[in-house]
Design a protein around this ligand. Structure first.
Ligand code: ADP
Length: 306
């Protein structure tokens, strides 16, 4: 019997089976064959749909619950307040919270002559989410191909119309849904990564940045959310989740720390009412930080991030 050794990565060890979309080395692979996935009918349709969108921004995080969707919703309103035409693709299939955050819970996507019509929310923001499907309140038990199909459908069959900005709320972590999206939109303009200051969150946020880089996407930087908590009574700041986590990872990976957003009761209150804090409580500290983030991203996009 020959010598045995540990398998490092299945596809790498066993050779290429030419199933590019499922390949763990898709982003590193230099084979021309991998580009064939973009020639499939649906991908061609997706390209056609997305060509009317000027900028595409993905919002990612390592862990769930760090405030990624809240950042997405506030960016959407923030850009809309500046006069941009905005769409939001809620790609967090299992944790779809954009409909709640943007006040469209209970509304439904419809099918028109020109494909799926997004639901219109506050400030005319076009929203597509699994939470706007009839089974939106149920637990989704989709697996591999169904999830990929859903991504393809949201990209190829949605009638987004002409948009200035499409914000994509990615699922937390580096799951296949996040990878699919990065594969299908090779021309993302930039990625924003949200973390909280704790070490645990930083370590997984790092993986999101590495995945975005591997996919060749531009990373605008890190948003440190829950960066200190503002006491609703005395307005003093308390560092419940330690300090400086976002800064540390930004330094380590050579990306900017874009913003520090405090934990503030107005943020969650406004979110639960379906009116993001930048609209509901523009004078709050968090709202000012979200708007500052909008300004910074606008500058990056205008300069041409990708
Ligand atoms: P994720 O998308 O990362 O899972 P969410 O955006 O859904 O996280 O936020 C999780 C919870 O934390 C929500 O209830 C939200 O209202 C609250 N939250 C997020 N950011 C803040 C903040 N800066 N201050 C107060 N509450 C926040």
């Amino acid at each position: 019997m020959g010598e045995e050794r540990e398998i490092i990565a299945v596809n790498v060890e066993l050779g290429c089976d030419e199933r590019c979309e499922d390949c763990e080395r898709f982003f590193e692979c230099e084979s021309e064959k991998k580009w064939e996935i973009y020639h499939r009918r649906r991908m061609a349709l997706a390209r056609e749909r997305l060509k009317n969108i000027r900028w595409k921004i993905a919002v990612a995080s390592g862990k769930g619950g760090v405030g990624k969707s809240t950042v997405t919703a506030n960016l959407a309103i923030g850009f809309a307040l500046k006069g941009y035409k905005v769409g939001v693709l809620d790609h967090d299939f299992d944790g779809a919270s954009i409909p709640t955050l943007l006040g469209t819970r209970g509304k439904r996507l419809t099918l028109g002559e020109n494909g799926i019509n997004p639901v219109k929310g506050l400030k005319d923001i076009a929203i597509v989410s699994t939470g706007l499907l009839p089974q939106g309140e149920e637990v989704l038990t989709w697996f591999h191909d169904m999830r990929r199909n859903a991504t393809e459908e949201f990209l190829a069959d949605v009638n987004w119309g002409k948009l200035d900005i499409l914000l994509i709320d990615l699922p937390p972590g580096t799951s296949s849904d996040a990878v699919n999206l990065l594969q299908y939109i090779p021309d993302l303009d930039t990625v924003v990564v949200v973390t909280v200051p704790s070490e645990l969150s930083q370590n997984v946020a790092r993986k999101s940045i590495l995945l975005a880089r591997k996919a060749g996407a531009h990373v605008a930087g890190i948003v440190e959310n829950m960066s200190g908590a503002i006491c609703p009574h005395c307005k003093n700041v308390v560092d419940f989740l330690q300090k400086g986590g976002g800064e540390k990872i930004a330094r380590e990976l050579g990306v900017p720390l874009l913003e520090r957003i405090p934990m503030e009761v107005e943020v969650s209150k406004a979110s639960d009412e379906g009116i993001p804090v930048v609209f509901k409580y523009p004078e709050s500290e968090a709202a000012k930080r979200y708007m500052d983030l909008v300004e910074k991203l606008e500058e990056i996009l205008k300069k041409g991030a990708a």
